[in-house]
Design a protein around this ligand. Structure first.
Ligand code: PLP
Length: 365
């Protein structure tokens, strides 16, 4: 059997072990330590944001953002419907009501629907996803949110390093979040980061993420907190991964271009677009089929030991959110019905892409 091609497995850069050794030598295994600070600084420097708080996951970072946005029981929160559950589950943790926004031809949220929904729903916040590493129309959307006083939380879990007009995704809204889960463009095995330009607010996030302890010698608690901080061991991996992030982005984009070139004669394939002025990180190579069943193609790839997956199933189609309101819906439903993700591991070679392409050609050609 040919070697398995996974969608997006971890890809270590080289210095991870060395930094973990430093952690062991200092015995700052936990709770925090110098690598957590260094990791936060590296993300700030790379993205141009002022402040960052490393967390145990991207989902935890979104939960903290909602708390800091003042989202409470009964509040409405807009969210991209075409996303992963980690983006919207925290809305339910706050007992708030999610209202979903469909995509436009960019696959990301439609600004016209955002404005319509804001006028009708009077939401407190909007969790906007930058899907598959491609920037949403966040310049337009952040302007709409500002006009109506809605807190914008950018879910940039998949899009670390993606830019629009040269500005990093995750830095347009009041809050941005990144994920370092095992399948993301860089990983700490599991982890996340909450970012923002208001240092005081991010300092508050750090307090909430460490059980909201007051600055007294004894354990004094005035508000509800969480155990959401990242460990120093994982932050050491993160510091090493940040060193290779720029080359990972170049490679992800190259993999996408390889697929597109090798399969350029198959008119049945449509690739995820990149909006004008943006440079995505192409976290996963994603496409839709003009005809044919993506599940059949995924099964044919699996038979050759190649992992492929359908696109995210829209949140408004999930029974967990039965009865939730949605603005639009048909665009993301259609993308889900026709789309798939291909192996996009940053250590892949051109031969691997050709191997995947030959199966696609056999099934659809
Ligand atoms: C991965 C992901 C998350 C959650 O990140 P975790 O670190 O796994 O909690 C949230 N939103 C999107 C769009 C993601 O892809």
């Amino acid at each position: 059997m040919a070697k398995r091609l996974f969608l997006s497995p971890p890809h270590m850069g080289g210095n991870e072990r060395c930094y973990i050794d430093e952690v062991f030598e200092s015995n700052y295994i936990a709770p925090l330590g110098a690598f957590v600070d260094r990791f936060e600084e590296a993300v700030c420097e790379f993205t141009g944001i002022k402040a960052a708080a490393a967390t145990s996951s991207g989902t935890a970072a979104i939960h903290l953002a909602l708390r800091l946005a003042g989202v409470e029981e009964g509040d409405r929160v807009l969210a991209s419907t075409f996303t992963f559950i980690g983006s919207v589950a925290p809305i339910l943790y706050q007992k708030a009501e999610p209202v979903f926004i469909d995509s436009d031809a960019s696959w990301n949220a439609d600004p016209k629907l955002v404005e319509e929904a804001i006028k009708k729903e009077r939401p407190k916040a909007f969790v906007l996803t930058h899907l598959y590493g491609q920037s949403a129309k966040v310049d337009e959307i952040s302007e709409i949110c500002r006009r109506y006083g809605v807190v914008l939380i950018e879910d940039a879990a998949e899009s670390l390093g993606a830019t629009l007009q040269g500005r990093h995704t995750g830095t347009f809204g009041r809050f941005g979040i990144y994920s370092f889960n095992g399948n993301k463009i860089i990983t700490t095995s599991g982890g996340g980061m909450l970012v923002g330009n208001d240092e005081g607010t991010i300092a508050h996030a750090r307090k909430l993420a460490t059980q909201a302890r007051e600055p007294t010698p004894w354990y004094e608690h005035e508000e509800l907190g969480y155990n959401y901080r990242m460990s120093n061991v994982l932050a050491a991996i993160g510091v090493a991964q940040m060193e290779v992030l720029p080359e990972r982005i170049v490679k992800k984009r190259q993999i996408f271009n390889w697929y597109r070139e090798v399969l350029s004669d198959l008119e049945v394939l449509e690739w995820m677009p990149e909006i004008p002025g943006s440079r995505g990180n192409r976290w996963l190579t994603t496409l839709t089929l003009r005809q044919g069943d993506p599940l059949e193609l995924i099964a044919a790839l699996e038979a050759e030991n190649i992992e492929a997956r359908p696109l995210w199933k829209p949140m408004h189609c999930q029974s967990l959110f039965a009865g939730a309101r949605v603005y639009g819906g048909a665009v993301s439903e259609d993308l889900f019905a026709r789309g798939l993700c291909l192996p996009s591991w940053t250590a892949m070679e051109h031969d691997d892409v050709e191997r995947v392409a030959s199966v696609i050609r056999r099934v659809l050609g």
